[in-house]
Design a protein around this ligand. Structure first.
Ligand code: TMP
Length: 204
């Protein structure tokens, strides 16, 4: 029987994670393999409502309100994830690592609070594999500049994104077996092939 893992795509703005998750879903469509794809914040009706609130440029919540809103958005996805867990492949565009990288490493929120609420929400649900997309400063600057619709979290300075990316890398290095680092400074096709090959291994 084929495996039905939870596979997460992480990385800072402009790292190419959304491009790669879309490539993977196209691959699974072509192979007629069942899966669901969600994004965070968002992914379900209520979670998308919370996404709009958090990312609206007119919002000016403090860092704890932001944290609680990201977790609230996750809470609204958990039922869907629980229902699908081990029945279908689950692809997620950002998940718990984003909360640790942005709210803890980027904004300084206490890591314990984040871990406690994540554990409470996820219970026995475990991410099987994470693709961490990384990007260098020059490319990040260029990609952010070219973005059409800037949201509230697209507007931080380079220093912030550096801290967040370093946070992601710490998480990846603490558990090398379940992470693959995708260097988006390399050729995109090479990375697409690398990811699809890994996906094949994860689901066979
Ligand atoms: P994106 O979906 O376009 O990548 O944007 C979502 C933004 O939300 C992105 O800047 C990262 C941020 N975010 C957090 O700060 N904490 C979280 O827990 C999640 C899921 C996202």
């Amino acid at each position: 029987m084929s495996k039905k893992p939870i596979i997460v795509f992480e990385g800072i703005e402009g790292s190419g994670k959304s491009h790669h998750i879309n490539k993977v879903s196209k691959y699974l469509d072509k192979k007629k393999i069942n899966y669901i794809k969600i994004r965070e914040p968002g992914g379900s009706l209520n979670s998308e409502k919370i996404r709009r609130l958090i990312l609206n440029k007119k919002s000016n919540f403090n860092i704890y309100t932001d944290l609680l809103l990201y977790l609230a958005a996750r809470s609204e996805n958990i039922n869907l994830i629980k229902k699908t867990y081990k029945k279908k492949i689950i692809l997620i565009d950002r998940f718990t690592d984003s909360t640790i990288a942005y709210q803890h490493y980027g904004m300084g929120v206490d890591l314990n609070i984040i871990n406690i609420i994540n554990r409470f929400l996820l219970k026995n649900i475990k991410v099987n594999f994470t693709f961490l997309n990384i990007v260098n400063k020059k490319n990040l600057f260029q990609r952010l500049k070219n973005r059409k619709s800037l949201n509230r979290y697209d507007q931080f300075d380079m220093n912030f994104y550096n801290k967040v990316q370093k946070g992601f890398l710490k998480l990846a290095k603490s558990n090398k077996k379940t992470y693959k680092i995708i260097d988006s400074n390399l050729d995109i096709k090479t990375n697409e092939d690398l990811i699809i090959n890994q996906i094949k291994k994860l689901i066979k």
